[in-house]
Design a binder for this molecule. Structure first.
Ligand code: PMP
Length: 406
């Protein structure tokens, strides 16, 4: 069993107070806090080996390159990629999806084609497809969601007609539901259609094995898994990455350049134009190391237990209703809720004044809110350092808000 109190001591920000209260940080689906191990790895990088990678013959550049490429190895191992060169460094999930939409769209999409997404996608997995769709004359189709937040996949074979690529999240950031990603991938593959998995809310909560999933592409963000902001991963099967044209042009992604013709670099560099975020890669590798040391199945167990505790406690609050799955088994990390007709923003403000950080609004998933005819939700999202005291403070805070607003 994990020692949560020991884990908490790794995260210095948890010691601070907000409006005189000890901080309760329950906005982890927006971004997670960073442990000392990550902060130190990035600090060490800038203090001791900062230099540009892949370019210099000098000692520091070689050390920076080694650390940077070791990070790629760590990521490949973490998601069980078959090859290290299937790991592309990006600025985050959004950039990873934009990359696939732009490059795949350029060569594979034709007028009249469709892209299949789900009803619970983050805007990052909707808008890039609309942008390329407008250019290519392709449109979105949507896997519907039921009242409980479960995707309805009975009609999948029918929905897949005319689809060129499927793009779905593993875990919804707005409702927290774990989606039937294996079934979706299997169905798409029966029709020879590739699948991109948005794993931004999955990698920090569940085991993600790209080979076992047989995902064609998979994206996640460093900052959601205790690593630095502005850094992320695109995994792509070698065959797909070789087939796609480059994304951005610049240094690093080329082999030879003349004014007449340029030839492109091998994987993964073909997709990594310009000086990369070395400290970001090293920070993410430290974060993954941290998670691996705790053990993702231990993390899953601890979070499941806290989720059960939280759902049970919140069920006792009159007029509180969950949006999405109401049991811990089908959820990872996120509790989206409303109380009576209290506006989520008002609830969020009163919680904030008690030192409790939650998110309110549509959580970058407006179509989900439209589906349930609500303006938004209050979202409390868990990470490995949250404990029962955090949940007790949350439920007491909600009760206080109800008293003030009723
Ligand atoms: N998809 C999901 C499911 C997310 O939760 C997020 C972040 N909220 C994103 C995509 C976008 O990630 P980023 O802003 O780090 O690019």
């Amino acid at each position: 069993m994990l020692d949560i109190e020991k884990i908490r001591r790794d995260f210095p920000i948890l010691e601070r107070t907000v409006y005189g209260y000890p901080l309760v940080y329950l906005d982890n689906a927006a971004t997670t806090q960073k442990p000392e191990q990550v902060l130190k790895a990035m600090d060490d990088y800038y203090h001791t080996i900062n230099s540009n990678v892949h370019r210099g013959v000098h000692y520091l550049s070689q050390q920076a390159t080694e650390a940077y490429e070791a990070a790629r190895h760590t990521v490949a191992d973490f998601i069980n990629a078959a090859h290290t060169h299937e790991i592309i460094f990006t600025r985050g999930t959004s950039e990873a999806i934009n990359l696939v939409a732009a490059c795949f769209g350029k060569t594979e999409l034709r007028p009249g084609d469709s892209i299949l997404v789900s009803a619970v996608e983050h805007h990052s997995n909707i808008v890039p497809w609309q942008l390329i769709g407008e250019e290519k004359g392709a449109t979105l189709k949507v896997i519907p969601v039921d009242e409980n937040g479960d995707l309805i996949i009975d009609e999948l074979d029918h929905l897949l007609k005319g689809v060129k690529i499927v793009a779905v999240n593993y875990v919804s950031n707005s409702l927290g539901g774990i989606n039937p990603i294996r079934e979706i991938i299997a169905a798409a593959h029966r029709h020879g259609i590739p699948v991109l998995v948005d794993a931004a809310q999955a990698v920090q909560h569940l085991t993600v094995d790209v080979q076992e999933l047989d995902a064609d592409f998979l994206a996640f963000s460093s900052h959601k898994i205790y690593g630095p902001t502005g850094f992320g991963i695109l995994y792509g099967k070698e065959s797909w990455l070789n087939k796609l044209p480059p994304y951005q042009g610049g240094g690093e992604m080329i082999k030879t350049v003349t004014f007449e013709k340029t030839t492109y670099n091998d994987l993964p560099y073909k997709f990594e134009a310009g000086t990369p975020d070395m400290a970001g890669a090293i920070g993410l590798a430290a974060a993954i190391g941290y998670v691996q040391e705790l053990g993702i199945s231990n993390i899953q167990q601890a979070e499941h237990s806290l989720m059960t505790y939280a759902l049970d406690a919140m069920r006792e609050i009159p007029n509180l209703r969950f949006v999405g799955a109401a049991d811990a088994t089908h959820r990872a990390g996120v509790i989206s809720f409303l109380v009576g007709d209290i506006h989520p923003f008002d609830m969020g403000e009163i919680l904030d004044k008690q030192g409790i950080a939650v998110r309110t609004g549509h959580h970058c998933a407006q179509p989900v809110m439209d589906r349930y005819c609500i303006p938004g939700t209050v979202r409390a999202s868990l990470a490995i350092y949250n404990n029962r005291t955090d949940i007790d403070r949350l439920t007491a805070g909600i009760r206080k808000a109800v008293k003030l607003l009723a």
